[in-house]
Design a protein around this ligand. Structure first.
Ligand SMILES: Cc1ncc(COP(=O)(O)O)c(C=O)c1O
Length: 442
């Protein structure tokens, strides 16, 4: 049995007095004591001092294996020499030039060479921003007012798509006729009218809803691995097939997918969407996001011969530090690196399953590429509704227990993210800690 919340929290608080003090200080000048919402977790966040390779040290000097990897934005770990060298080289040329440099074509060529469905690329500052631009693009191209997205998928924090990301069952409507539920208060009233919600893993229902609304849907937004849920490749292929059949654009959310393989999830699944957007590791640890797609779609943004009505830009979009770090990251991601991380993933996946079996507490382990999640349920976790049924309190307790044992990880869906500097001893340590947490008693 897992220890009680009180007992784990007491140990956590005792180990981290400097973080506690920093949190108290921060509360006076930042809502919740943190600079962004995702940093908060109870009883107080960990404030970090430094990081190197796959390790981080908090203000109290405690060392953690970093299984969060900056919200899955890094796969090379901290301070990879090639990335550091690229950033330092760029710093020597100036921090913010505000004019194009040779880096632009270099990184665009690198991305185009990896992804068959991408002929041209534009940069933004995040996946959120990139998704926003695509939402305007698909409406402008088709002249249709709505977009469709899947329940449980998150495509960034904005009013165009932040619907039904994790709706409560009481609000979400029937599973075969889901309704758009705003993810936040304060979203533009009526913007839900522009969104059609689809269920994962129900092809007949998806087809029925899309046929009914096809005259008003500009594009279907799709993430093939939302929060590591069990979505088979065949479902992804189906989404591409039905969108083609009905003449709808397909926009693929590849924000985390380079974590899984060199051509994003689309190349693994063998589908070619009309448009994609990216983020996370494409910035090499610095803020970045990108939009990519077939030339005929991307050329909507070509303002070299006069405006086509959709202007994509942004003060820091495509800044040279981000491009340099992203390019160095992509180039460092050799097949050997992916193979190493994939081997660690298999080992960790099997280890977590074994630990949960031995502890007699069912955890359903899902993994792909460099990411793993272990849900406290018998499984399967095939959509947001099955995810919603898990024991969140137990999940959070286990996460805090692992933190106390020196494994730092994100909260929520993607809890375990592996990186290149990790070795078998690091992931075996996580598996041992997991078993300890599941079996320890007060
Ligand atoms: C699948 C997916 N899409 C979009 C986003 C938004 O990315 P960003 O935070 O860079 O705006 C995220 C972030 O976690 C994500 O996981």
């Amino acid at each position: 049995m897992v220890r009680s919340r009180e007992s784990i929290e007491a140990e956590y608080v005792e180990r981290t007095p400097a973080s506690r003090a920093q949190w108290e200080r921060g509360r006076r000048v930042m809502p919740g004591g943190v600079i962004k919402g995702a940093y908060w977790f109870p009883p107080h966040p960990l404030y970090m001092d430094r990081a190197d390779g796959c390790y981080m040290w908090d203000l109290d000097g405690n060392r953690y294996v970093d299984f969060a990897n900056h919200h899955s934005a890094t796969i090379l770990g901290h301070n990879h020499p090639a990335v550091v060298e690229a950033i330092e080289g760029e710093l020597g040329r100036g921090i913010a030039l505000g004019a194009p440099t040779t880096l632009e074509a270099e990184i665009a060529e690198e991305i185009v060479s990896r992804i068959p469905a991408v002929d041209k690329v534009r940069y933004a500052n995040s996946a959120t921003e990139s998704a926003l631009h695509t939402a305007r693009m698909v409406r402008a191209i088709t002249g249709k007012p709505k977009v469709a997205k899947f329940e449980g998928a998150y495509h960034g924090s904005h009013d165009a798509l932040e619907y039904s990301t994790s709706p409560s069952t009481s609000e979400a409507g029937p599973s075969d006729a889901p309704v758009p539920v705003p993810a936040q208060r304060g979203m533009i009233p009526g913007s839900e009218e522009s969104v059609v919600i689809l269920p994962y893993n129900q092809p007949e229902t998806v087809e029925m809803i899309l046929r009914e609304h096809k005259g008003e849907i500009a594009a279907v937004y799709y993430d093939g691995k939302p929060g590591m849920m069990d979505v088979p490749v065949d479902f992804t292929k189906f989404v591409r097939k039905i969108t083609e059949e009905l003449g709808l654009l397909m926009v693929m959310d590849e924000t985390v997918s380079f974590m899984a393989g060199p051509g994003g999830y689309q190349r693994e699944a063998g589908v070619e969407p009309d448009l994609s957007f990216f983020g996370k590791i494409l910035g090499g640890g610095l803020p970045g996001g990108a939009i990519g797609g077939k030339a005929e779609v991307m050329d909507l943004l070509d303002n070299s011969e006069g405006s086509k009505g959709v202007f994509q830009s942004g003060t820091f979009s495509g800044n040279s530090l981000t491009l340099a770090a992203g390019l160095a990251t992509l180039r460092a991601l050799t097949p050997e690196v992916y193979a190493h991380v994939d081997g660690l993933r298999e080992r960790t996946h099997a280890g977590l399953e074994g630990a949960s079996r031995r502890a007699g507490l069912p955890f359903h382990v899902l993994s792909a590429g460099s990411m793993i999640n272990a849900f406290p349920t018998d499984g399967p976790v095939r959509d947001h509704r099955s995810y919603d049924a898990i024991d969140v309190e137990l999940f959070e307790r286990v996460l805090l227990g692992l933190t106390v044992k020196g494994s730092y990880m994100g909260r929520g869906h993607m809890s375990i993210v592996l990186s290149e500097p990790m070795g078998t001893e690091d992931v075996d340590g996580l598996v041992d800690a997991f078993e300890d947490v599941l079996t320890a008693e007060d």
